[in-house]
Design a protein around this ligand. Structure first.
Ligand code: ZN
Length: 164
């Protein structure tokens, strides 16, 4: 009997520890989503944009800056997308995937979307292969994108306003 009581206490303790870990994970993932972007991540994005603009000047002789929004209102796991709406070009990055993919975001996604934006600016609206033409790829590489391949199975150039 004595032994069983001890065992019971032991299992109760395990359950409380497990609940604690669960609560902590829940808290961490939710605070990350609901909080504004951390200063460190914001800084990485800003620095990368500067670098991309410098690369643009080197390759094309001009710098074109686009509005870049970080949002958690994206459907699904898409990294980023670029919209062309009545002449206005906007880049969106998905905050929901930043926690696990921030390096990819900084090294590849920003240049990837900037290349779509620049293609729009140059008057290219081809939607074949989701806008991932040879010219797009070349621009992405010149802007310093580390991985200039389309994201798997995703359409992310949009010729309209986003619903948010
Ligand atoms: Zn793309």
């Amino acid at each position: 009997m004595h032994f069983n009581k001890k065992l019971e206490k032991f299992f109760l303790l395990i359950i409380f520890i497990a609940l604690g870990v669960l609560a902590k994970n829940y808290y961490t993932s939710h605070t990350f989503k609901d909080q504004p972007l951390s200063q460190k991540n914001q800084q990485r994005i800003t620095l990368k944009e500067k670098e991309i603009l410098q690369n643009m000047r080197k390759a094309f002789g001009y710098e074109k800056h686009y509005d870049l929004n970080v949002t958690d209102k994206f459907p699904g796991r898409l990294y980023g997308l670029t919209t062309f709406n009545e002449g206005k070009i906007t880049i969106y990055l998905n905050k929901k995937v930043m926690q696990e993919s921030m390096d990819y975001m900084v090294e590849s996604v920003i240049a990837h979307e900037y290349a779509h934006a620049l293609m729009f600016s140059l008057g290219h609206f081809e939607e074949d292969s989701g806008g991932h033409t040879e010219q797009w790829k070349e621009i992405c590489q010149k802007l310093g994108g580390k991985d200039c391949r389309p994201y798997v199975d995703q359409k992310e150039i949009i010729m309209s306003k986003m619903p948010f």
